[in-house]
Write a protein that binds this ligand. Structure first.
Ligand code: 13P
Length: 284
């Protein structure tokens, strides 16, 4: 199957009351782990590339890997730009074959964020690519993008309604208390705010920084209308822990396949667990 849009996958998720997982793609082992998990669970899945992922693997490799994965997979696969930083970057991703782009204008003043998202959405929609925007500022660290705790701001529900109407994104990432990276304590999610946003906004909503959020809170977020959930850090942790285990048990191992193979298996396990938790298993 060719790559499908994130809008298509998450519209079905919003109707079905579940969320589709979006997993950050940086190398072949991550790709194979995510796709194997999706096939095992019969789940739709979103691959996404962050700024760091694009820098590390290169946009051509990311686009080619995702295209090959989608063509060979028996479940629907989307490729999204994660936290796109400019109109130009979004356009390059579209030309390279991404089926979806996030344009993150959350650091900009409200009017400028609207203008940027609208500009990207006008072009993306003309060529069948879906667009995710962000309103409010999600805290934490995602590769090069760092938002200090004191600078994180929650999404205002009234502003969200106006933003979606004027900027025309297909999905909206909301700031409701999660943060990118490893949590120090337990995250406190503002479910009331999520409910208020959901009442006013009728496009699928996205939860960033979902690694380390307790299962119960994730289930509740799905019930209250989150349709896409981003996971990166938990894959990194599973990968690194597995590599560490191999090298501790066999310090003289020099075969990359014997080091990375178990890491791929460990990540697949995490992705399968997430798919069951998000309710996307059996939906493809
Ligand atoms: P985590 O690294 O906290 O899983 O967040 C991933 C994310 O939101 C990517 O945009």
């Amino acid at each position: 199957m060719a790559l499908v849009t994130v809008a298509e996958l998450t519209r079905a998720a919003a109707e079905g009351g579940y969320a589709v997982g979006a997993f950050n793609l940086n190398n072949m082992e991550i790709l194979q782990a995510v796709i194997a998990a999706a096939e095992e669970e019969r789940s739709p899945v979103i691959l996404q590339a962050s700024q760091g992922g694009l820098k590390y693997a290169g946009i051509d490799y990311i686009a080619a890997m995702a295209r090959v994965a989608a063509e060979n997979a028996s479940v629907p696969v989307a490729l999204n730009l994660d936290h796109g930083t400019s109109f130009e970057q979004a356009m390059v991703c579209i030309r390279k074959g991404f089926s979806a782009v996030m344009i993150d204008g959350s650091q900009l003043p409200f009017e400028e964020n609207i203008a940027l998202v609208k500009r990207v959405a006008d072009v993306a929609h003309a060529v069948g690519v879906s667009v995710e925007a962000e309103l409010g500022k999600i805290g934490g660290t995602e590769d090069d993008i760092v938002v200090a705790e004191q600078d994180a701001t929650m999404t205002n529900p009234d502003e969200a309604a106006e933003f979606v109407e004027r900027a025309q994104p297909d999905l909206l990432a909301v700031a409701i208390g999660t943060a990118h990276g490893v949590y120090k304590g337990e995250p406190r999610i503002d479910f009331k705010r999520l409910e208020e946003i959901k009442k006013r906004v009728d496009i699928p909503l996205v939860l960033h920084g979902a690694s380390g959020v307790p299962d119960e809170a994730i289930r509740k977020a799905c019930q209250l209308g989150i349709s896409k959930i981003n996971i990166d850090t938990e894959l990194r942790v599973a990968f690194t822990q597995a590599v560490r285990n191999v090298l501790e048990a066999a310090p003289n191992e020099i075969d990359p396949r014997k080091i990375l193979g178990p890491a791929r298996e460990a990540m697949q396990k995490v992705v399968q667990e997430k798919m069951r938790l998000f309710g996307s298993s059996g939906r493809a």
